[in-house]
Each structure stands twice: as C-alpha cells, then as structure tokens.
Design a protein around this ligand. Structure first.
Ligand code: FES
Length: 274
C-alpha cells in the first residue's frame, strides 16, 4: 500500500481537443481484479481507456484518506476492484473493504461529491469479460456526472479537506476497523450489535466528525462566530456550539477577539489529535 499511496497518478488534464474525457483511477487487487484486467486484455474484450490501473495487494489497502486525496488531485472517478467475498487472498480483507467503502460513500456525500463517482466491484481472475463491462459502465456513469469540480470550487475543496481530516480521526478509524468484530463477536462484554444499529452509529459519528473538521477548516484563516459557522455550514447554532465545546476540550480551537458579546473561534494549527 505504501507503494500505492506514494504513486498517485498524475491528474493534470490531458488535452484531447475540446472533448472532455473522465479521468478514473482503478485500484485493482493483485490476486483477482488485476488478473481479471489482464485476461480482459489478452481476450481482446473492448473497453474505454479512461481507467488508469494501480495494482494493490488487496482491496482493503485503500483507505478513505487515499480516496479523498485522489479526488482532491482532480480525479473524476475511482474504481475499486477486489476478489469476490470469501475469495480474498488474505481471508477477510474484502469484508473490511465493504465497510470502508460505505464510510467513503458517506464522507463523499457529506463533502458534496456524488458517491456514484466511487464504485466497488468484485472481479475474479477468470472474469475478463466482467472487467470490460464494469469499466465500460462506470466510464459511462462518470461521463454522465461530468467533470469533478473539486480543484476549481473552493467551497468543495474545503469540504473535501474536512472529509479527509474526519476520515483520519481516531473515532472513525476505530469504529470502522472494529465494525466487523462488533457485528460478529460483539463488544468486550460479549454484546453483539445489529448491523443496522452499527451503521446508524457510524453514520452519526461520521456526520459529527465531518462537521467538526469543517469548523476547523473554516476557522483556519479567519476567526468565526457560532452564528457565522452555522450559516455557512447550514447547521443549527446549538449543534455548532456543541461541536465547538468538543473541539475546545481537545485544544483544537481557541477563542479569539470577542467582538462585543460575541466570541469568535480560530483553529489552533498545532494541537492534539482531532
Ligand atoms: S486479495 Fe483481492 S480483495 Fe483481498
């Protein structure tokens, strides 16, 4: 994975006349999807050439942070390909991939990127034809969605940066990392949690962490009041205030220059963990 993370393909637009072509990154696991792509090639199945393949050892090596980073770099779509469930070379890797991708979709939605720009597919080494079908369908879907505006739109850029920071919080990493165990084995007291209950819990935590990360992004360059933040984020002020209390407890936000009776808050650049 270190290799995949350090080699994010160049996302500079390629001149192709006036016609826009989607730029899609395909992370393919070494043992199934990459071999499926190979078979697709040698079998001479036709498919669009918009997907730039990156070989990874297992689909679960792709983190939400990497996905968001690639969207920040200007990708229009990301395809994750892995072995079918129960066929992962590392036994349960792709079960974790499923959980992570669910978090990625949620974070993309919060950030303002259509989650349809990220697709997860299981393609085995013998499914060359399926690979061609998946790539064709996904390229058509991303083409319909149009070019990603992350690099041009500052609001979107801030939201994606917030989603990226939220994905790296201990709370979300721990929750998603433990989700399978909590579902199958239960917590330390042996209490198993229903999948729907867990998903609800993770969705709520994702929303909260995203909003807190967004407050930190927005308050980086200018001290902001609760009212201002609530208005920009479209979040009720009592909720913003609760986030501010939590962020101040972690020493991530400082109160600055109270104007009259209205305090404003600014992000502490060097602080504890979010
Ligand atoms: S090795 Fe293919 S998904 Fe894990």
């Amino acid at each position: 994975m270190a290799e995949a993370q350090s080699k994010i393909p160049d996302m500079k637009p390629e001149p192709k006349g006036d016609e826009w072509e989607p730029k899609i990154i395909g992370f393919l696991c070494n043992w199934c999807s990459y071999a499926g792509a190979d078979l697709c090639g040698v079998s001479r199945y036709q498919y669009p050439t918009n997907v730039r393949p990156v070989r990874v050892m297992c689909s679960t090596r792709i983190s939400p942070h990497l996905v968001l980073d690639i969207f920040k770099a200007g990708a229009d779509g990301i395809l994750l390909g892995g072995c079918h469930l129960n066929d992962c070379h590392y036994i349960s890797g792709n079960f974790y991939t499923e959980k992570r991708v669910r978090l990625m979709w949620k974070l993309l939605e919060d950030a303002g990127i259509d989650p349809k720009r990220l697709r997860l597919e299981w393609v085995s080494a013998s499914e060359g034809e399926k690979f061609s079908k998946v790539v064709t369908e996904f390229t058509e879907q991303v083409t319909k969605l149009g070019p990603s505006n992350v690099r041009k739109d500052n609001v979107l850029k801030t939201q994606v940066a917030a989603a990226d920071n939220a994905s790296e919080t201990f709370r979300l990493r721990a929750l998603v990392g433990k989700e399978l165990d909590l579902e199958k084995k239960g917590n330390v007291y042996g209490n198993k949690l229903e999948q729907t209950e867990l998903e609800k819990l993770i969705d709520q935590a994702t929303k909260e962490e995203f909003e807190r990360a967004l407050i930190l992004e927005l308050s980086k360059s200018k001290a902001m009041s609760v009212k201002e933040l609530g208005k920009i984020m479209n979040v009720p002020t009592d909720k913003v205030l609760r986030h501010i209390v939590a962020l101040r407890q972690k020493n991530l936000l400082a109160m600055e220059h109270p104007e009259g009776f209205t305090p404003t808050y600014k992000t502490i650049e060097i602080g504890g963990e979010l």
